[in-house]
Design a protein around this ligand. Sequence first.
Ligand SMILES: [Zn+2]
Length: 309
Amino acid sequence: MKVLALQAVNCISCGAALENFQGVSETTCNYCGTVNKIVKPVSVDRKKAGSNLDTKDKKSFENICDILEKSMVAGNYNEAYEYCNKGLELDPTSSDLWSNKAVCAFWKSMSLLSEDKISNTNAREITTFLAAAKDADPDNEHYKETANSISDNLYIVTKFKLDNYTALAVKFNLAFVAYGANSLIDTDRIMTSVVKDYLDLIETSYDIAEDKNTEILKSLISEIKGHTARKYVTEANFFQPPSKDSHKETNLAHHAKIRPFLKVDMLVGKIKKEETDYVDNIEWKGTPQWVKYFMIACVIFFIIVMILS
Ligand SMILES: [Zn+2]
């Protein structure tokens, strides 16, 4: 198996051309500081792939592989994707072709993400292609590295987009949303579709990896429990923090059809498959205590002023 020497790789976060990416598994972008895992396409092993084809088909198969490799090296992943399909029509058992198709699907997802046309369906395809690569050749060591590097990149860029998207969307009434009240303008509704897609993408990035990084799922749990700028539950009772028995879903959770407590249970179950003794200690975050005390103090102050005047 031979890894193709790429001519250019762009940063997954900012799109700038990366330097020093040859022969390494990761490199830091000089512009935005994002650590990029280098996703490496492979040269299709012509001794294995297409070996059962007759002379005529074998010839066109080799042509397809040549064009495919040139496209990938040059970073034309849309074109390369089409040639992976053409090659797979002739030989659907080529692990290298499936693996390269996963790489192409990854870069296609990245371009959708950068245009804010998120598609979790598109990213989910990657899992299917990687599974086909593994099925076709379980000893293909390239498969594992591809899966892990795609997973890392997808997570990094989706998390970045999620955090920055919200920063803009809730700019005007962050205080209202952060403390669990319904917002002045309905930013929850504006955020809904995007946030749901980002959360799904983050989970997909976990599913793609061969070496499972449970930190990805733990970051999702802390997201849903309210440790970011977004809130999915608030307290139903002013004096008690949100709990399974006493909570209200926010507009965001409601419109995005995220059942926060069920979702957390599901994520914990998924982590336990990797870490059997995992205990979820992340707290549900409601309105901070000091805000409550401050509000009570204001009311008391107001009453005293009323009595004295
Ligand atoms: Zn960058």
